[in-house]
Design a protein around this ligand. Structure first.
Ligand code: FES
Length: 147
């Protein structure tokens, strides 16, 4: 292992320790560290941004084909709870119809995360609100598309 790799590895360990001490489950921490759905879809059919009362911002990119979400990515400028929730939500809606995604509940996201601190529940709400706004905008045809 190179010196740089070693530092990264050590940092992840301390991040894990910190978040675990604040009340995040191992699974939620893994979602936060992996950030596997973080990013941009340049050919997105819908791009929607929302800023929560806390000041954190999410931007969702949806690729939709025949009413089904083919791909989804999200950019998050926010706390670990926001990042972990957003990653889970993208996992949950990929391959789903828009109507199925509309029925996604905050508790569905929480169930996957298993545990996050109580004061971070609103991060889940912000994620779902951003998603619901994206679907509404797409269905009303008022949405912004990717570049
Ligand atoms: Fe704002 Fe988590 S503190 S979304």
């Amino acid at each position: 292992m190179s010196e740089v790799e070693e530092i990264i590895e050590t940092d992840f360990d301390s991040v894990r320790e910190l978040l675990s001490g604040s009340g995040y489950s191992d699974k939620a921490i893994t979602y936060f560290i992996d950030k596997k759905n973080m990013g941009v879809l340049h050919d997105a059919d819908q791009v929607t941004e929302l800023t929560g009362v806390c000041g954190d911002t999410m931007k969702i990119y949806l690729k939709v084909e025949e009413g089904r979400i083919k791909d989804a990515k999200i950019q998050v400028v926010g706390c670990p709870g926001a990042v972990a929730s957003a990653m889970v939500a993208m996992d949950l809606i990929k391959g789903k119809t828009l109507d199925e995604a509309k029925r996604l509940q905050d508790r569905d996201i929480f169930r996957v995360l298993e545990q996050i601190p109580d004061q971070k529940q609103h991060c889940i709400r912000l994620t779902n609100k951003t998603l619901q706004k994206a679907i509404e905008e797409y269905q009303s045809g008022n949405g912004q598309k990717g570049e």
